[in-house]
Design a binder for this molecule. Structure first.
Ligand SMILES: Nc1nc2c(ncn2[C@@H]2O[C@H](COP(=O)(O)OP(=O)(O)OP(=O)(O)O)[C@@H](O)[C@H]2O)c(=O)[nH]1
Ligand SMILES: [Mg+2]
Length: 335
């Protein structure tokens, strides 16, 4: 293969002009981006690529061998169960960047979010709430990057879809003459390899492919449903007052039965485009899905990986039904 080292400036994959079926294909090696990126950027035609997490972990290990500053980007609606897990791979100085603040209701204040992480002993050099979409705290983030950086290089890591590439594009746009544009998309695994972007003589950001969350609902729905699942605007929380013996369902993907407890309040923080309804608990609807029972403590969230979360005010017992591949867990309420 000729010019093997030329990489796609959108997703980092090695460019090749020989096999249209393989990653990195482009009609001509004169091009800067691969055909997949070209189609995503110009036509919004998304093409799913399945990445193995081994490659991602190799990249993380590589980052861990440097002394460079790392931005760990995560999506506020899809916070991972254990944010500190990243520390097992990387001991570098790290800023936790909580992205997509615009999706949470405006009533949720930044200070409250920061306090939540403090109280749960999530320690980083600093935790910064941002919204790339609304340009919230991007100036501040850049200041703090300058403050903590140890070399020119700063790595941007995190789960797939957290908004790493979108953030770097924003920093390029706001602070650089560089015209490079990374590919962004609502699908998992958009970025395929590391990509270096010079912001200026003192700062080079390095985009990385995200860790694929095998337990996320995003991996198991078709692209039409995917568009509806990912909130694009501020979530309008929907509250249901349930007595024991009552149930709610989200589309045909999730069912919740309130089994035991006082009258209770369930507030859904999920995409506004998803339909929610009450059903009679005697019906068998969705009961063929995998059942999980939870004992709910006072003021908890049930998190459904990739979908969002349900804030439950009082203690009680619930049963949920969902595809067995999708990870769910309880946490102290974020909001
Ligand atoms: N509402 C909202 N959406 C955002 C924000 N930042 C990024 N997104 C969206 O999140 C999705 C994923 O963004 P990417 O930048 O491709 O995510 P990534 O972390 O680079 O993902 P991978 O390359 O797959 O690891 C896109 O649809 C973005 O438009 C934000 O601040 N607010
Ligand atoms: Mg990316």
């Amino acid at each position: 293969m000729n010019e093997k080292s030329k990489k796609c400036s959108g997703c980092g994959v090695n460019l090749q002009d020989e096999n249209v079926l393989l990653e990195g294909y482009t009609t001509s090696l004169e091009n800067d981006i691969c055909q997949r990126c070209f189609r995503m950027k110009n036509y919004g035609e998304y093409q799913v690529v399945t990445k193995s997490n081994e490659e991602y972990l190799e990249i993380l290990k590589g980052v861990g061998k440097t002394k460079d500053l790392v931005l760990y980007v995560t999506d506020l609606i899809n916070l991972e169960e254990d944010i500190l897990k990243i520390r097992e791979y990387i001991k570098n100085k790290m800023i936790l960047v909580l992205n997509k603040k615009d999706i949470l209701p405006k009533s949720v204040k930044e200070e409250k979010l920061l306090k939540y992480f403090e109280e749960n002993n999530v320690h980083f050099e600093e935790i910064i709430v941002i919204s790339v979409e609304k340009n919230l705290n991007i100036d501040y983030l850049l200041k703090r990057i300058k403050f903590y950086q140890t070399t020119k290089n700063v790595y941007v890591v995190g789960h797939t879809n957290a908004g790493k590439s979108t953030l770097i594009n924003k920093l390029i746009k706001n602070y650089s003459d560089n015209t490079q544009e990374l590919t962004m998309s609502p699908l998992p695994s958009t970025t395929l390899n590391t990509v270096r972007i010079e912001i200026n003589d003192y700062l080079t950001l390095i985009d990385t492919p995200g860790l694929v969350d095998m337990g996320s609902i995003l991996n198991y729905v078709d692209s039409k449903m995917l568009k509806r699942l990912c909130p694009k605007k501020e979530i309008k929380p929907r509250t249901y007052q349930l007595r024991k013996g009552q149930s709610i369902v989200i589309e045909d993907i999730f069912r919740l039965d309130y089994i035991e407890g006082e009258k209770n309040s369930f507030t859904l923080f999920i995409s506004n485009d998803l339909k929610v309804k009450r059903i009679n608990q005697n019906r068998d609807y969705l009961k063929d899905l995998n059942k999980v029972d939870y004992t709910v403590k006072y003021d908890s969230d049930l998190v459904i990986n990739g979908l969002g979360f349900i804030k439950i005010v009082n203690k009680g017992k619930i049963s949920i039904y969902i595809d067995k591949t999708i990870n769910t867990f309880m946490r102290k309420s974020l909001i």
